[in-house]
Design a protein. Structure first.
Length: 132
């Protein structure tokens, strides 16, 4: 006859929930890091753009203007790449969020079942350690 302790199942569900919470936190941290990196790149792009306007208005050498445009191209490319990474990271974050929600739901089910069982055992006056 197969018997299991309900507390063992609850402990496993708690471990699952903790692992899901950790994965969610890591995914969230990745999204935040990418958002910050994109902001920094956008700021650098704006700085380059401002330098280009100044150099053009001052009649600077064409070499300086080309270097500034090249820098702007670099930042635009980086922003595009990091934005794509951010989209992927956000999709992954949503998956981790759903997994965390499911782990919490499963744990809550076991907790509710355990509480119901405790109530039944009290009514029947059966020692708790015999069943869970």
């Amino acid at each position: 006859k197969f018997r299991f302790k309900l507390n063992s199942v609850l402990n496993l569900r708690t471990q699952d929930e903790n692992a899901a919470a950790q994965h969610h936190a890591e995914a969230l941290k990745r999204v935040q890091a990418l958002q910050e990196e994109i902001q920094q790149l956008e700021h650098s792009l704006e700085t380059q753009s401002q330098q280009l306007r100044e150099r053009m208005s001052q009649g600077s050498q064409s070499v300086l203007i080309r270097l500034t445009r090249s820098g702007m191209d670099y930042y635009e490319t980086q922003i595009t790449q990091k934005s794509a990474e951010l989209n992927n990271a956000m999709a992954e974050l949503e998956k981790k969020k759903a997994a965390l929600f499911e782990a919490r739901r499963e744990k809550k089910i076991i907790e509710k079942y355990q509480e119901q069982l405790k109530g039944i055992l009290r009514l029947l006056k059966i020692p708790r350690q015999n069943l869970y």
